[in-house]
Design a protein around this ligand. Structure first.
Ligand SMILES: [Ca+2]
Ligand SMILES: [Ca+2]
Ligand SMILES: [Ca+2]
Ligand SMILES: [Ca+2]
Length: 246
C-alpha cells in the first residue's frame, strides 16, 4: 500500500517546492464510463448511467477530529457524456447546517460539497487562476470559487444540480461543464467537448458542519500524504485522475 504512494509523495514534495515544468503524476486513477443518455437530475438515482457505474468511497479525513459513520458517510459515482461530467453523490449527515446565508462569505463553514476539476490534468497551483476549479456547492445550490480577481465568485452556470434529502440521507446529482485553463471570467469561453481517453484531474469533498462556529470535518475522496491534507483548494497535484472510457 505504502509502496504505491512513494512516487506520488516524492513528486508532490518536489512539485510543491519548485512547481515549474513538472506535470502531475497520475494517482487515484479511475475509469469513467460513457453514457449516451445524460442522467435526469432529480435526486433519484435510477438512471441507466448509474446502473453501469461503480461506487467510490468519500472517506478521507482531510481536516478535523476523527468522525463516526453516524456523523458522516458518503460515496459517489461518475459518468460522462459529450457535454458534461456527471456526478451522483450519496451522503448521510446527521445535521444539515447552512451557517452563513451569504454564499460569498465563509462558504466552507456551511455543509457543502466541493468538486475539484482540472480539465487538462496538468496539476499545479490554481488558487488565483483557472488552471483548475474548486467548486463549492452550497445547500442552496450556489456554486463558489475564487478566480483571477482573487475574490469569490458564483459559477452557478457551470454546474446543474439537484439534491433530494430524506432524513439524514441526501442524494446529489450534478452535471459539470468543463472549461479550459484559459477561462477568464468574462463568460466568453465555450465548454470543452469531452471524448474518450481524455484525462481529467478530479477530487471530491464534503464540508461537514453540524452547528459549530467552523466546519467540523473536511472529508475528501483521495489520499493526501503529509500532515496538512487541506491542499486541494490551492494545488491540483493532489487531485486524482479520471480516464474517460466508452
Ligand atoms: Ca436521476
Ligand atoms: Ca455530521
Ligand atoms: Ca490545468
Ligand atoms: Ca452537517
Amino acid at each position: 500500500m505504502l509502496k504505491n504512494y512513494v512516487p506520488f509523495f516524492l513528486i508532490l514534495a518536489l512539485h510543491l517546492s519548485c512547481n515549474k515544468g513538472i506535470r502531475k503524476e497520475d494517482h487515484d486513477i479511475k475509469e469513467v464510463t460513457y453514457t449516451r443518455i445524460a442522467p435526469k437530475l432529480d435526486g433519484i438515482p435510477d438512471d441507466s448511467c448509474w446502473r453501469k457505474s461503480k461506487w467510490h468511497d468519500l472517506d478521507q479525513n482531510w481536516k478535523g477530529e476523527p468522525y463516526s459513520p453516524d456523523d458522516f458517510r458518503g460515496r459517489y459515482k461518475l459518468s460522462w457524456s459529450t457535454h458534461a461530467l456527471h456526478l451522483l453523490l450519496e451522503v448521510f449527515d446527521d445535521s444539515l447546517f447552512d451557517k452563513q446565508a451569504d454564499p460569498l462569505k465563509l462558504w466552507w463553514d456551511d455543509d457543502s460539497v466541493e468538486i475539484f476539476i482540472d480539465e487538462d490534468n496538468s496539476g499545479g497551483l490554481h488558487q488565483y487562476s483557472h488552471n483548475a476549479f474548486a467548486y463549492h456547492v452550497a445547500l442552496d445550490g450556489n456554486v463558489v470559487d475564487v478566480g483571477p480577481s482573487r475574490k469569490p465568485m458564483l459559477y452557478n452556470n457551470h454546474l446543474t444540480i439537484a439534491r433530494r434529502t430524506i432524513g439524514e440521507k441526501s442524494i446529489w446529482e450534478m452535471s459539470i461543464a468543463l472549461y479550459p485553463d484559459t477561462y477568464n471570467d468574462d463568460n466568453s469561453q465555450s465548454r470543452i467537448i469531452l471524448d474518450k481517453d481524455k484525462r481529467i484531474g478530479f477530487a471530491l469533498a464534503y464540508c461537514d458542519n453540524d452547528g459549530s462556529m467552523e466546519r467540523e470535518n473536511f472529508i475528501g475522496s483521495v489520499f493526501v500524504p503529509g500532515d496538512n491534507k487541506n491542499l486541494g483548494w490551492i494545488n491540483a497535484d493532489i487531485f486524482g485522475t479520471l480516464v474517460l472510457v466508452e
